[in-house]
Design a protein around this ligand. Structure first.
Ligand SMILES: [Zn+2]
Length: 441
C-alpha cells in the first residue's frame, strides 16, 4: 500500500511499474512464471501475466486483480491517516487501495501460499492477470485478452473485487449489469428569446425534452420502452435474489414505491434494467432569464442486465421516441459501454464454489447472479467464454474511491480462510464440474 500506484494521476508510471514488480517477485516465489506485457493500447500501463502450470490435464483457474488505485486525496483523510501509509485502527486497516483492490488479490495469493505450505502443490493450474489501469477504464485489457487467449485458457474465472452485500456474510457474484451513457438533446435555435415577445410562438426545448423523458419511464420509474424490459429474470435468478438484503445501514433510505412495482427491491437492482437522468440543463439555472432557451439537454444512463444488448438500446429508444412524435429529440453519444454478464446460480461452477464457501464459513453465502454496478467482466465471460465468479473481500462502507478507504480485519481473516478452502477444494478435485477446457502447458 506504500506504493502510490494512482493510475488517474499523470506521471505515475514509476509507481505503477513498482507495484507490478513487487507482485511479480511475490508470484515468482509461489512458483509462477511471470511475463510483464506491454499494454496493447499505446501509453497505457503494462500488465502482468503469471502462470503456474502443474499439469496441463488438471483444472485451470484464471484469476485477476488490479494494482492501480484511485487518486489518493491525501488532504481529505482524517487526522493521523494518509493514503499511502498502512495504518491499523481497531479492527480496520486504512490505506488507498486497501479495499480496491490490493488486499483483495493479496488475500487470494496468501491463500494459495497456505495451500502450498500444507499440500506441497495446488492440484490445479493457476493463471493470474494483473492490470494497472482498472481505475481508468481498463484500456487495452480486451485487446490483451484477445491476443493472449491461449495463455489465459482456463476452466473457470475466480477473482475478488468489490463489496460483500453485508460485512458478516460471504458473498459471491457472477457478473455485472451493463451500462450505457448517452445524451438526449433538443436544439431548436441559436440563443434564447424574450419569453414575453415570443412565448406562445416558439416551442420550448426544455418542455419537449421533459415530455420525451416522460415516455421513457412512468412516474415511478418503470421502464416503458418495450425492448428495454428484460426477459432474463428466470426462476433460478429470482430464487437466488429472494430475501437478499439490499438495505445499507449507512446508506440512504430506500424508496420502496420506486421502480418496477411487481418486483422485489433486490430484483429491481440486480435483476432488472434501470434508467436514470444523471444531469439536465436548459437556460442558465444559476441565473434564469425571462427567455425561452434555444436548447435543452439531459445526460442519461441505462443500467441493464443480461439479455439487453448494448447495440440495440439506442435504436429501440429512437423508434420509441419517433412513434410518439419526438423526432426532434436527438440521441447523442452512447459509444463506450460495458456489456451485461451473468452466470446462472445453478451453473456447475457456481454450485461448486457455493458449496465450498458454505463448508468453510459454516453458513451459506449471499449469491448475486450479477452486481448492480458494472465492471469489465464481459472480457472474461464474453471474450474468454468463462464461467465467472467473484468473491468480494470488502464491504459497502469501505470508502473505496474516497478518503479513509479501509478493510475490516475480521472480514479479511475470514476471507483468507474461505479462499484457502476454495483453492484446497479445487485442488482436491472431488465434486468438480465435469469437462476440462485444458490449458496451454
Ligand atoms: Zn475502483
Amino acid at each position: 500500500m506504500a506504493i502510490p500506484s494512482e493510475s488517474q494521476v499523470p506521471g505515475a508510471q514509476g509507481a505503477l511499474n513498482a507495484y507490478l514488480a513487487a507482485l511479480r517477485d511475490r508470484l515468482s516465489l509461489l512458483g509462477f512464471d511471470c511475463r510483464v506485457l506491454a499494454n496493447p493500447q499505446p501509453g497505457a500501463p503494462p500488465l502482468l501475466l503469471a502462470r503456474r502450470i502443474e499439469d496441463p490435464s488438471l483444472p485451470s483457474v484464471l484469476s485477476y486483480g488490479h494494482g492501480d488505485v484511485t487518486h489518493g486525496q491525501a488532504a481529505d483523510w482524517a487526522e493521523g491517516r494518509a493514503p499511502f501509509v498502512l495504518r491499523a485502527e481497531g479492527e480496520r486497516l486504512y490505506g488507498r487501495g486497501a479495499a480496491d483492490n490490493k488486499a483483495q488479490h493479496l488475500i487470494n495469493l496468501m491463500a494459495l501460499d497456505a495451500v502450498l505450505a500444507v499440500r506441497g502443490r495446488l492440484g490445479f493450474n493457476m493463471v493470474l492477470l494483473l492490470e494497472m489501469a482498472e481505475e481508468i477504464g481498463s484500456p487495452g485489457l480486451a485487446a490483451l485478452a484477445e491476443a493472449e487467449r491461449a495463455a489465459l485458457k482456463a476452466d473457470v474465472f475466480i477473482a475478488s473485487d468489490g463489496p460483500r452485500l453485508q460485512p458478516g456474510v460471504p458473498t459471491m457474484f457472477m457478473g455485472a449489469r451493463g451500462v450505457l451513457n448517452f445524451d438526449l438533446s433538443v436544439r431548436l435555435r441559436d440563443g434564447a428569446h424574450h419569453s414575453g415577445n415570443w412565448g406562445g410562438l416558439l416551442a420550448d426545448p426544455a418542455m419537449i425534452l421533459a415530455q420525451a423523458l416522460s415516455v421513457i419511464t412512468d412516474a415511478r420509474g418503470q421502464i416503458l420502452v418495450p425492448e428495454w424490459r428484460p426477459r432474463s429474470l428466470t426462476g433460478s435468478v429470482r430464487a437466488a435474489l429472494a430475501g437478499l438484503p439490499v438495505e445499507e445501514p449507512e446508506g440512504p433510505a430506500l424508496d420502496l414505491d420506486w421502480g418496477e412495482a411487481s418486483l422485489s427491491p433486490a430484483e429491481r437492482v440486480f435483476g432488472w434494467n434501470s434508467f436514470a437522468v444523471l444531469a439536465m440543463k436548459a437556460g442558465v439555472p444559476e441565473a434564469p432569464q425571462n427567455a425561452i432557451s434555444g436548447a435543452a439537454r439531459a445526460s442519461c444512463q441505462l443500467r441493464f442486465v443480461v439479455g439487453t444488448e448494448p447495440e440495440a438500446v439506442l435504436p429501440a429508444l429512437r423508434r420509441h421516441l419517433d412513434a410518439r412524435g419526438f423526432e426532434r429529440v436527438r440521441i447523442e453519444g452512447g459509444e463506450a459501454s460495458f456489456a451485461a454478464t451473468r452466470l446462472d446460480p445453478e451453473a456447475p461452477w457456481a454450485r461448486f464454489v457455493h458449496q465450498s464457501l458454505t463448508r468453510t464459513a459454516g453458513r451459506a453465502p449471499h449469491v448475486l447472479p450479477n452486481l448492480g454496478g458494472s465492471l469489465p467482466n464481459d472480457i472474461f465471460a464474453g471474450i474468454l467464454g468463462l464461467p465467472t465468479i467473484w468473491i468480494p473481500h470488502s464491504y459497502r462502507a469501505c470508502n473505496q474511491h474516497a478518503p479513509d478507504e479501509h478493510v475490516l480485519m475480521p472480514l479479511c481473516r475470514e476471507a483468507l480462510g474461505l479462499m484457502a478452502g476454495l483453492w484446497w477444494d479445487i485442488g482436491d478435485g472431488s465434486g468438480l464440474p465435469e469437462g476440462r477446457a485444458g490449458t496451454a502447458g
